[in-house]
Design a protein around this ligand. Sequence first.
Ligand SMILES: C[S@@+](CC[C@H](N)C(=O)[O-])C[C@H]1O[C@@H](n2cnc3c(N)ncnc32)[C@H](O)[C@@H]1O
Length: 285
Amino acid sequence: MNNPKLIEKLKALYNDNSKHSRYQNIPAFVREELGYTETIDENWRGDTARYNYLLSQFDFTKEMIIGDIGANTGFFSLSLAHKYPSIKIYAYECNPKHVEHIEIIKDYFSISNLYVEPKMLDLKNIDNLKYHDLIINFNVLHHAGVDYDQDFVNLDNFKSYAISYLAKLREKTGKIIFQMGYNWGGNKQKPIIKLSNDLDKLAFTAKIFQKAGWKIDMIAIIKKSENNYYENIRKDIFEILVNGNDCHTEHTDILNAYINKMNLNIFSEFYRRPILVCKRNQSVD
Ligand SMILES: C[S@@+](CC[C@H](N)C(=O)[O-])C[C@H]1O[C@@H](n2cnc3c(N)ncnc32)[C@H](O)[C@@H]1O
C-alpha cells in the first residue's frame, strides 16, 4: 500500500545520522506491504544470513519470551514478532529515533506481541530486566565503555567487564544467541582482537562465556555458496575450543588448518564475527 507520509517518516528516523544508523535491513513484510526499503550492501554487512541462522536454531512456533538487546531499527524483533504470533518479544533499544521507527511499524501492522522498551541495558539496568527464554544479543557488547558503562570499561579491562556483563545476563535468560565485533566501540584503531586473528576471536568469545557460567551449545562461522550463510563449526574443532585446555597449544596445528580452510579472509570484518548459542550452565547455579 502506498503511504508516502508514513514512508517519509520512517526514512527520516532510519537515516538519523547516529552512530548506528543505516545498519539493518527493512523486514520483508514491511518492504512487501509498504513498498518501503533501504539499500544495504549485503556483501559488506546484512541480516539475511544471521536471520536464517537464528531461525535454524530455535522453534519460534512455541510460546517463548524473547529479548532483543540493541534492537536498532527492529529487523529481528519485527520480523520474528510478525511471523510468530505465539512468541512475545521485547525490543530493548537506547536510541529514541530507532525506538520510534520500530513503534510506528508495530502500530501500523498491529503487532501486539512486540513490546518496545526504550532502555539502555548497562550493568546496572540488567538487574531490573525480566526473565526471558531467549536473549538475542548481536553486536552490542563491544560498544561497552563507548556507548554505555563508560565509567567501568576501557580496552585493557574489556575482557573482565565482558565476563561480568555476561554473568549478569545469565540470571535473566535460559538461552542466548550472541555476536560481537572485535574493534572496541567499532574503532579499527582499537582492536580487542585483530581482524586477521579469526581463531583468537573464537577462543576469546568461548572463554568469556564459559567464565561467565554459560554452557556453549553451538559456534557458527560464515560460509559462502551463492549467498553468505552461517554454519556450525566442525565437531572436533568445537570440542577443542570448548572442552580443550586454555591455550590450545597441543591443538594449534589442527585449529589453524581448519581456520585457513574456512577462508574467512574473503569476508568483510562484519561477517568474520562468529555467532554463539549458549544456555545457562545449571551446574554453576
Ligand atoms: C551495532 S548496532 C547492532 C544492532 C543489532 N543488534 C544488530 O546486530 O543488527 C547496536 C545497537 O544497539 C544499541 N545499543 C547500544 N548499546 C546498548 C545498550 N546497552 N542497551 C540497549 N541498546 C544499546 C544502539 O543504539 C544500536 O542500535
